[in-house]
Design a protein around this ligand. Structure first.
Ligand SMILES: Nc1nc2c(ncn2[C@@H]2O[C@H](COP(=O)(O)OP(=O)(O)OP(=O)(O)O)[C@@H](O)[C@H]2O)c(=O)[nH]1
Ligand SMILES: [Mg+2]
Length: 342
């Protein structure tokens, strides 16, 4: 298809309109998206992916803005995907972020896009993953995934990142919330932002203490609780050579501490690329991705080819004649014939 090869060429040239078009195809789950992604794979480069999450109002967007500046100074090409809980065009906070990032909008080396979580129902990490592959093919040096909020969806997104930055700010309330939401487990690097405020050192100490109580080594938390990796081998015991997440103090709106952050990212990247523990983490993530794609493909196939059966069973469930467990089991048997040897 000539149209598709034009689009691919545009993506590889880093043409912003081609990138936007590809993202749209993926967002809308256009049937052509699959073909595009397959094609792109053979052209794929690898952008270093940084996930940014943390407690609301901690200064994530301000830090991302500062990171863009820091990396642009090194002439790196940067893409930012903002994972947005509502629509990309509403919400005061989002509007604020957009205004803050506006000066980058005219910069040819920066691509910014928000992905709405509304309507994705758990498919968020899937479509984000697809868009990441487009950005890899467009040869960005760096992709920043900024999540808004700390829900399950957002945690899943961090699993797509090479390095996950968790942003905290002084204040005990924040810390307790963070533990609840499990974001400590996904952290590869911590920023204690708003270090210009009282209590920053106490937050650093709290974090250090919590880390010493961690049950699993860094990076492994990302894989837990994710349905797609439920059969993964048990998390290895923390041991020598494991990554210990560094804690970096920052004052984002004054661009302070950003160099330290970039250096921490570099060290983590090095860890992933050169150590056995790092390689194991990368392998587990590729497995999680494969399984997520597989699950989606199976569900799509069932929806397409067995919609009648699904509807019939649904009616039985709604009318109280059947339970969803037996119904799902029966559907699986129908879709995938039982093995001969059993
Ligand atoms: N004092 C101080 N204020 C900061 C710092 N960094 C950011 N802020 C301010 O904190 C507020 C929140 O910053 P954002 O960057 O929007 O925080 P966020 O984590 O993206 O917020 P949400 O996306 O709403 O969760 C803004 O008013 C910033 O100007 C800092 O280092 N020190
Ligand atoms: Mg924000």
């Amino acid at each position: 298809m000539a149209d598709l090869s034009n689009l691919i060429r545009g993506i590889q040239d880093g043409d912003m309109r081609s990138l936007a078009r590809a993202c749209r195809l993926i967002d809308e789950r256009d049937p052509r998206a699959q073909g595009l992604l397959k094609e792109l794979f053979s052209h794929e480069g690898h952008a270093y992916v940084i996930g940014v999450t943390g407690t609301p109002g901690a200064g994530k967007s301000t830090l991302v803005d500062g990171l863009i500046r820091e990396y642009r100074e090194q002439e790196k090409r940067v893409a930012v995907l903002a994972i947005d809980p509502t629509s990309p065009y509403s919400g005061g906070a989002i509007l604020g972020d957009r205004i803050r990032m506006q000066r980058h909008f005219t910069d040819e080396g920066v691509f910014i896009r928000s992905i709405a979580t509304r309507g994705h129902l758990g498919g968020l990490s899937r479509s984000t993953g697809d868009i990441l592959h487009v950005l890899h093919a467009a040869a960005f040096d760096l992709v920043i995934l900024e999540t808004v909020g700390v829900g399950q969806d957002e945690l899943e997104v961090t699993q797509l990142a090479d390095t996950t930055l968790v942003v905290m700010a002084p204040g005990l309330g924040d810390d307790i919330q963070a533990i609840k939401a499990g974001i400590l487990e996904v952290a590869d690097v911590f920023a204690v932002n708003k270090a210009d405020r009282a209590g920053a050192d106490a937050t650093v100490q709290d974090l250090q203490q919590m880390m010493s109580l961690r049950r699993v080594p860094a990076g492994v938390g990302k894989m837990q609780g994710h349905t797609a990796v439920s059969t993964l081998r048990k998390a290895p015991e923390a041991g020598e050579g494991d990554w210990v997440p560094p804690i970096v103090k920052t004052v984002a709106h004054r661009q302070e501490g950003l160099e330290g952050l970039v250096e921490a990212f570099e060290r983590h990247r090095e860890f992933l690329n050169t150590t056995d523990a790092g390689r194991a983490i990368r392998e587990q993530r590729r497995l999680a991705e494969l399984r997520a794609i597989l699950v989606q493909a199976l569900v799509d196939e069932v929806d397409e080819r067995f919609s009648e059966e699904v509807n019939e069973r649904l009616r039985d469930i709604v009318e109280g004649r059947a339970d969803p467990y037996s119904s799902a089991e029966a559907l699986v048997r129908q879709v995938i014939p039982p093995r001969n040897d059993s």
